[in-house]
Design a protein around this ligand. Structure first.
Ligand code: HEM
Ligand code: HEM
Ligand SMILES: [Fe+2]
Length: 477
């Protein structure tokens, strides 16, 4: 992965730029996991690094690094597929490269400021220079403006290339969806002193990203990857893509009501949120069935022609993308549905149950397929026709997935205990909040989460090691 620039076999500048984005993404992913481990230890030993590296900071860097690495990997994936989809070499990619360096410099400064300035008053100056205090998208305003500029450059690259090149269905969805995705970021930049109003708009970014625009984005990646990796028929995947666009936007947009249950918004959101968010798993199931169905059909077609050989051109990428189909369904569809009705959410709201869902959904729906695209990028960078999984690929996939699933189950148990003790038995008082966290079920669950976090991290090391070496190894093979 690292040497891929020196050894450059990439046929176009877009893919070079894509690999640059992937490298930063994987570093930030590593940073995310380390921060998660620190925060997990602090659940067990609250004094750990107290006043040196507080829980609030570890948690903040953990989830902001998560969002930023995913955005990096999404931009990277887009650049990787740009030329292949449009048949055009790419417009103004030199400017795109400049954008990459500006963004990376800004991200580095923001993270250093988070780490070195840990506590202090929230003032007009801190909004501009330190952070805005909005979970997941905490970048200070100067960085917000920089991000907008860089994203405009990125969007110009994609849009202008699309206009000049071939307009496939996948690219059309991608171009339209990216505009919505980038535009929503603006909703998270308006500051108000009213916490209800602030949360109202903040959800426009968070929910409409992960339950609408990001889902459609990974739909385009899955469609592209299935064509490239197993030779799926374009008409079939594009048809499903359009159906998903329709369904996800339909349920995802009004499904936002499931965050408007208890923040001071009008009560009509209860019914709207409950109904539409409950429908959200439907397209996820469709996507899941579709991937497996296509897969079986392609296999059958090849077998019928007497081709016994595997038709997968990139084993590890395909394995991660299949994991995505399962992960999206489980993390977003099932774990999301669990707590999406107000009758349930009144008990589960803001417990570790939410964290269980957050982990499995972000991992299953996004981390998986983005890692798959990284493998695709590596394959291109080293110019190998067929890239098979190595022992390291398998260990990476297995340990990371097993670790995240383990954490999810542990957190679900912790959440269940909170629901029962804190909410059900003790009536959601301040005292109940602390009592629930001191009981053995909760503490043991947190211990298991930490253990499973370590498993995830070991898997991550295998993953990076594999990404660094698999290209060369496949060339030699
Ligand atoms: C890949 C898609 C998804 C991702 C990445 C995701 C992620 C998250 C995260 C991180 C939170 C916690 C937000 C916070 O910090 O307050 C959350 C909350 C929530 N999610 Fe999702 N989610 C996804 C899809 C879904 C779906 C499909 C449903 C419903 C079927 C759903 C239902 C909910 C609900 C009800 C909450 C609020 C929990 C609470 O009240 O504490 N999510 N989601
Ligand atoms: C080494 C592995 C990891 C550990 C030990 C870990 C630990 C943690 C901890 C302690 C928190 C704070 C929870 C709280 O405030 O109650 C957290 C939050 C979060 N983590 Fe992780 N994490 C890990 C990996 C991941 C991965 C792989 C993802 C997703 C791809 C992820 C996504 C999140 C999200 C979305 C939240 C916010 C959840 C919420 O507020 O509901 N983490 N994590
Ligand atoms: Fe949501």
């Amino acid at each position: 992965m690292l040497t891929s620039i020196k050894e450059n076999r990439l046929t176009n500048k877009g893919q070079e730029l894509g690999m640059m984005y992937f490298r930063v993404a994987i570093i930030l992913f590593g940073a995310q996991l380390l921060m998660g481990l620190i925060a997990a230890i602090q659940f067990l030993a609250p004094g750990f690094l107290f006043e040196i590296f507080d829980f609030s900071v570890a948690r903040m860097v953990h989830i902001n690094a998560l969002v930023v690495w995913m955005l990096y990997a999404m931009i990277g994936s887009t650049y990787i597929m740009l030329t292949e989809e449009t048949g055009h070499e790419g417009v103004a990619l030199g400017l795109g490269k400049l954008g990459f360096w500006v963004l990376t410099a800004a991200v580095t400064v923001v993270v250093l400021v988070y780490i070195f300035v840990q506590v202090g008053a929230g003032t007009e100056a801190s909004l501009w220079l330190i952070h805005e205090g909005r979970e997941y998208i905490e970048a200070p305003r100067w960085a917000d403006i920089g991000i907008v500029v860089v994203v405009l450059i990125f969007y110009f690259n994609v849009f202008a290339t699309y206009m000049k090149g071939e307009k496939t269905g996948i690219m059309t969805v991608m171009v339209a969806n990216l505009l919505a995705l980038a535009g929503l970021y603006l909703a998270g930049m308006v500051y108000t002193d009213n916490i209800s109003m602030d949360q109202f708009w903040w959800w426009w970014v968070i929910h409409l990203w992960v339950e609408a625009t990001w889902e459609v984005f990974v739909g385009t990646l899955a469609a592209f990857a299935l064509i490239r990796l197993i030779g799926a028929k374009r008409e079939v995947v594009e048809m499903w893509l359009w159906i998903e666009v329709l369904m996800l936007f339909g349920s995802g947009i009004l499904g936002m009501g499931h965050h408007y249950f208890w923040i001071g918004t009008p009560e009509y959101w209860w019914e709207i949120g409950a109904l539409f968010s409950a429908l959200e798993p439907v397209p996820l199931i469709a996507m899941f069935v579709h991937v497996l169905y296509d897969w079986g059909k392609e296999q059958g077609a090849h077998e019928a022609k007497g081709e016994a050989k595997s038709v997968i051109t990139n084993g590890p990428a395909m394995a991660w993308i299949v994991t995505n189909a399962f992960g999206n369904f489980l993390g977003a569809g099932i774990w999301g549905f669990f707590h999406t009705l107000p009758q349930v959410n009144i008990y589960t709201h803001g417990t570790q149950f939410t964290a269980a869902h957050g982990h499995l959904a972000f991992f299953g729906a996004y981390a998986t397929i983005l890692i798959g695209m990284m493998y695709y990028g590596v394959q291109k960078a080293y110019g190998v026709k067929v890239m098979s999984a190595t022992f390291k690929s398998k260990m990476g996939l297995f340990l990371v997935t097993f670790g995240v699933l383990g954490m999810t189950i542990a957190l679900t148990i912790a959440g269940y205990e909170q629901v029962m003790i804190e909410r059900g038995e003790m009536g959601a008082t301040w005292n109940a909040f602390f009592t629930a966290q001191q009981l053995p079920w909760y503490i043991q669950a947190q211990l298991w989460r930490a253990i499973m976090g370590v498993v995830t991290f070991i898997g991550f090391i295998y993953l990076v090691w594999d990404l660094l070496t698999i290209g060369k190894a496949s060339q030699e093979a």
